[in-house]
Ligand binder design. Sequence first.
Ligand code: ME8
Length: 506
Amino acid sequence: MSDGHFYLTTPIYYVNAAPHVGHAYTTIMSDIIARHHRQRAEDVFFLTGTDEHGAKIAQSAAAAGRSPREHADALSAQFRELARTVDATNDFFIRTTDEHHVAEVQRQLTVMHDNGDIYKGSYGGWYCTACEAFYPEGDLRDGNLCPVHGTPVQWMEEENHFFRLSAFRDRLLALYDERPDFVLPASRYNEARRMIELGLEDLSISRSQISWGVPIPWDPEQVVYVWVDALFNYWTALTYAPGAPERFWPPDLHVLGKDILKFHAVIWPALLMSAGIELPRRMTIHGYVLKGGEKMSKTTGNIVDPFPFIDRYGLDPLRYYLTREIRFGEDGTFSAEGFDARYHAELANEYGNLLNRTVTMIGRYREGVVPPDRGRDAELAAEIDDTVAKVVTAFDAVDPTRAADEIWVLVRRLNRLVEERAPWKLAKDDAAAEDLDQVLFSLAAGLRAVSVLLWPIMPERCGAALAALGQHADGPPLAAAAFAQPLAGTAVAPCPPLFPRIEVEP
Ligand code: ME8
């Protein structure tokens, strides 16, 4: 974070097919990070959007019987809708067909060309259109198949403009030496560093056989390679998004899947070095959401549609499930059974029930007003504040799963408190009135902390929980989670179950 600013991005998604849970995953994780940083009173700019040029899009448009422009318009709208549906708080939605983006890409390429980093040459290699990338023969799967998609690659040969990527090897290694957290997690940092150490080939950055793209300014017969066009979106968006967001550069965090590590961790910094632009601070690489052991992919059609889950359980449970189930940085499997199990065991029973019981007991035993802290449970007070600190540390390390795990330790601790202290028994004993005050106060303070900390993951349900506890519900600041924040004397209000039981269809 720089000067109170926090700029984070998702990849811009290809408009070759409808979005699926994999895209929802990246956008939701990024949104959780954005919301957490806003809770820390940082000035956040959160960018997402669509990647609309190149052969892959032109081919899928042709298959759909539409022009590339019509196809891109229709599918970009679906990705914009996905961002809205998952309640993403992105500040801007970029499309690489935006005229300002196109003009700024051309401007930066001209700078790189003027700097002597682009030259004309010819190249032949195995190309995967789904990846929009060349692969060395040794990286292909048997039968000339793409290592990512398992689909056939094509031999492609043409005269192109090349970027002198090889000349940036030493500068990239120096960058990696200086900034051990440039790429997170460490395993991906090592992987990217190895790619650089092994040597880099110059990169073909134009295409002559397709026309759906950004024309090369000094050679309009060719269009800019779609990945170069796309990577620059992180820069171009700030040059024309409303609100003069230039001040947010450089990005504090790029969030992306492991399929596009090399583009972001090797090629992107070299492009920026050539253009003379300050580099992003960090990027975090997450794993794949798997279905039946395989990566979900628009190209292979092996996908889970997020919308039926949202219809049945609501959005927040989906956001929670993805955060907890798929360890951030690792692959994880999305399953309907796993979703239902976590929904009922954790959300309905451990969190939702606890809130209902607490509010009901404060209603029954203390006329709906949070009693005073009797100073009899310093241990829990310390655990609550400790949880806040651990959640901040987890987000600093860009680990939303660890943050959720830490919060859940506190949820379970509060459930144990109810079982161990049995407030309904204390209520029958006049001599235990202060003990009962303490238990009810501690539960309310604990649930407030849990709901503030979980709010970036489940904004709507945690907002309802905070409202029931008489707290600020919309975008609660992190400071509101502290045990010492005023609470005694606050009126609580019963609320309908946060996570009603859902009957699973047989
Ligand atoms: O690569 N699990 O776009 P794309 C987790 N346009 N994340 C997944 C996923 C899965 N099964 N499937 C997709 C592109 N994603 C380029 C990016 S950026 C300058 C250009 C997410 O539509 C994940 O973030 O293929 C992955 O990196 C991204 O979608 C790829 O989206």
